[in-house]
Ligand binder design. Structure first.
Ligand code: FES
Length: 163
């Protein structure tokens, strides 16, 4: 009888060990599975390549065309108002009602997100290159102008064609 209890206790302990071992394996798989699942389902992975991407600020990026809803981007309505659209690598500025659009990829070392604007000059703060509102170099280290794009207005939208 005593031997039977020991055997049963041994089976119980072995059973518990097996159980904990399996739970541990499942937990580890769950963690790796979650990481894998997360890395495979980020928002950008789920968007088809040619699907338009509109952010909450009323900016639609569709391949070479960027559409800005001016009603949702009032900062661009005033003369001197400007914006950097990082997703589109684009600088846009209002010049007394005329708009200018330039690439935000600096021709010096390709910084695309550290810009300021003042006195009609864009400054890439990565190394201090300055460009006028048409993209021409005001001072280096950059030596090449920023690419500029055609801009038109249609039904309250600013349309920038990057082709
Ligand atoms: Fe713009 Fe160097 S990358 S100044």
């Amino acid at each position: 009888m005593e031997t039977n209890k020991r055997i049963q206790r041994g089976r119980l302990q072995t059973g518990r060990r097996d159980f904990l071992s399996r739970v541990g394996s499942i937990s580890v798989m769950s963690v790796f599975g979650a990481a894998f699942f997360t890395s495979c389902t980020s928002e950008s992975d789920m968007l088809p390549d040619n699907e338009p991407n509109e952010n909450e600020e009323g900016i639609l990026i569709n391949n070479q065309k960027v559409t800005i809803d001016l009603a949702k981007n009032e900062g661009l309505m005033a003369s001197g108002g400007w914006m950097l659209i990082r997703e589109a690598q684009l600088l846009v500025v209002n010049l007394d009602g005329q708009f200018s659009a330039l690439t935000s990829v600096c021709t010096h070392s390709q910084c695309d997100r550290n810009w300021t604007f003042g006195n009609q000059v864009f400054t890439c703060t990565c190394h201090g290159s300055r460009f006028d509102t048409q993209g021409e170099v005001v001072n280096g280290p950059a030596t090449q102008p920023l690419k500029s794009y055609a801009v038109s207005e249609e039904n309250g939208n600013l349309i920038i064609n990057r082709s």
